[in-house]
Design a binder for this molecule. Structure first.
Ligand code: ASP
Length: 597
């Protein structure tokens, strides 16, 4: 077999190699028989090379070529030769040459394929995951995994250059509430006790700051036991970072530098040296979202100033009740049918708006919908909103948060429907000064909006407890193209402030001591001021690859119900294993569907 060991890859031969004898190893990508001449495309990670079995080749060679099946693994020894001019394929890196086969050996056969490797159809998601190793052979997946690998290397390269240490933290940890539900791992040795898998290395990275490792990072696996919602995975990867003696400016600079480095090297894309900033208030007010897609500058406007002059009582009532009326000028949508508008209204209602009012901008004023209430002031409205003939005005009047969010969702939908966002553009922005707490209506209590370790902005320190809903934190998100890419904050490094925050979210001294005692204790030993951030690596790579789900940039993801169709995790385990772990499964467990289809 030694003479069939690969001497070149399938992606490297060119006209200057003509005359050489080479050995290719790879997979049969495609084959065709052209009147007695066999063309076989052999593929590996590096590319495709065309192999030819000439008409006058020996019978054994012809037979071997004829018997090849798609995706079997082959070795081909042959002579490189230039292609005749009319056969040169400039699209293909190896398109100048072909390899005239001298010997073909099947290294391993391939059964009938469950799908063609290049065939990508979402309807077959579970099938693709079931045979993930085959799906990963496709060009798209090979490219995605290559970009992922490159991005990971470049993150390390950059951070190391900035003086960061890469430090691993444990993945069997104490269960400490951090926002989502923990995955628990029962301890065999300590009956009735459990480890948790980390939702993130948050507490450890803060402890590393107490230890004096002032620049830490880790490409960390994180685990959150959440219900299938949107494009989530139960386990995912973050570039987790923490720094001491920094302000958020320092965190921004390092993050911007790192992302610039990653994008430049992984996908040859130049990002701006720094990203624009928006306060959370501005983002919500202008775009109705804390992760706006800034590839298009469609803004929500305040319709409040026009309400009084019109006769539409609903809006007057909203304002009188302390709410807001927001309006969106949908460019060129004046021709929308009732049905199209109803579709947008449905969306607004799913964000708790009562409805979506509308009016079209016609040649001589506003038309249709609520236009009749604003006849006298139509001109002023059109001018004030900068609307043009053929535009559609969409209004949401409700409590401020609802009006913003509902119209923000409409904005995102219009962005997609109207093709306002250009593929391949990356519009990053920092969203800063988030509310520290959010009201949990179900449990009637305040929750931490991000996690409990973020520092309140200084001006709120004195009055934290009086009006938690007003408190802004020294928190920031990085967003890109409508996705949240990273979250972080300057942390609390003072045990007293930390206790106050714990107490607002409902942990009294005893609870806090029990759950976070080790952190509070560490804060008694000279903790430095510190802050950090954690870009979500999967989502970042997804954007770089132009994909729309993180599953397409993870080698072995779970499906949308948290199952791996390939190895069928999660699986039942033997009674013996349960016994060892001191566990009993209620009602025998089971019963839930393991597939999405
Ligand atoms: N641990 C946080 C998270 O996972 C990120 C951070 O604050 O650094 O969202």
């Amino acid at each position: 077999m030694e003479n069939l060991k690969r001497s070149v890859t399938c992606g490297e031969l060119s006209a200057s190699d003509a005359g050489k004898t080479v050995v290719l190893n790879g997979w049969v990508h495609r084959k065709r028989d052209h009147g007695g001449i066999n063309f076989i495309n052999v593929r590996d990670r590096y590319g495709i090379t065309q192999v030819v079995v000439d008409e006058d080749a020996g019978a054994a060679l012809k037979e071997a070529a004829g018997a090849l099946r798609f995706e079997c693994c082959v070795a081909v020894r042959g002579t490189v030769r230039g292609r005749p001019a009319e056969m040169v394929n400039p699209q293909m890196p190896t398109g100048e040459i072909e390899v005239a086969a001298l010997e073909i050996a099947v290294l391993s056969g391939c059964e009938v394929l469950p799908f063609m490797v290049e065939e990508r159809s979402d309807a077959r998601d579970d099938l693709r995951l079931r045979y993930r190793y085959l799906d990963l052979r496709s060009f798209a997946m090979q490219r995605n995994i290559r970009i992922r690998s490159e991005a990971m290397f470049r993150a390390r390269e950059y951070l190391r250059g900035e003086g960061f240490f890469e430090i691993e933290t444990p993945t069997l940890i104490r269960s400490t509430p951090e926002g989502a539900r923990d995955f628990l791992v029962p301890s065999r040795i300590h009956a009735g006790r459990f480890y948790a898998l980390p939702q993130s290395p948050q507490l450890y990275k803060q402890l590393l700051m107490v230890s004096g490792f002032d620049k830490y990072f880790q490409i960390a696996r994180c685990y959150r036991d959440e219900d299938a919602r949107g494009d989530r995975q139960l386990e995912f990867t973050q570039i987790d970072m923490e720094m001491s003696f920094v302000s958020r400016e320092d965190v921004f600079r390092v993050t911007e530098g790192m992302l610039g480095h990653i994008f430049r090297h992984a996908i040859s894309s130049e990002l701006p040296a720094s990203f624009p900033r928006l306060s959370w208030e501005e983002a919500m007010d202008n775009y109705g979202s804390d992760k706006p897609d800034l590839r298009f500058d469609l803004r929500l406007r305040d319709f409040g100033p026009y309400v009084e002059a019109g006769a539409f009582g609903v809006f007057k009532d909203v304002l009188a009740g302390g709410g807001a009326v927001k309006v969106l000028v949908a460019p060129g949508c004046g021709g929308y049918s009732r049905k199209q508008i109803a579709g947008l209204e449905e969306l607004a209602k799913s964000f708790k708006a009562q409805g979506l009012a509308w009016a079209k901008v016609g040649a001589s004023g506003l038309e249709g919908g609520i236009a009749k209430f604003y006849e006298a002031s139509a001109e002023k409205i059109i001018e004030g909103l900068g609307a043009r003939e053929g535009d559609l005005l969409l209004f949401a009047g409700a409590a401020k948060g609802i009006a913003r969010a509902a119209l923000g969702a409409v904005r995102s939908r219009l962005g997609k429907d109207l093709g306002l966002a250009r593929q391949g553009d990356f519009k990053f922005a920092w969203i800063v000064d988030f509310p520290l707490f959010e009201w949990n209506g179900e449990e009637n209590k305040w929750d931490a909006a991000h996690h409990m370790f973020s520092m309140p902005r200084e001006e709120y320190l004195a009055t934290l407890e009086q009006n938690p809903g007003e408190v802004k934190g020294d928190m920031y998100d990085l967003v890109c193209n409508g996705y949240e890419i990273a979250s972080g904050s300057i942390r609390i490094h003072d045990a007293e402030i930390q206790k106050r925050v714990f107490s607002i979210v409902g942990y009294d001294a005893g609870d806090a001591g029990e759950r976070f005692g080790f952190l509070l204790e560490a804060f008694r030993y000279g903790p430095p001021p510190h802050g950090g951030i954690a870009p979500g690596f999967d989502r970042l790579v997804m954007l770089m690859c132009g994909e729309t789900t993180i599953r397409d940039v993870i080698a072995f993801p779970k499906n949308t119900v948290g199952v791996s169709p390939m190895d069928e995790a999660p699986s039942a385990v033997e009674q013996r294993q349960l016994d060892e772990l001191h566990l009993m499964v209620k009602n025998g467990g089971g019963g839930t569907a393991l597939s999405t289809s």
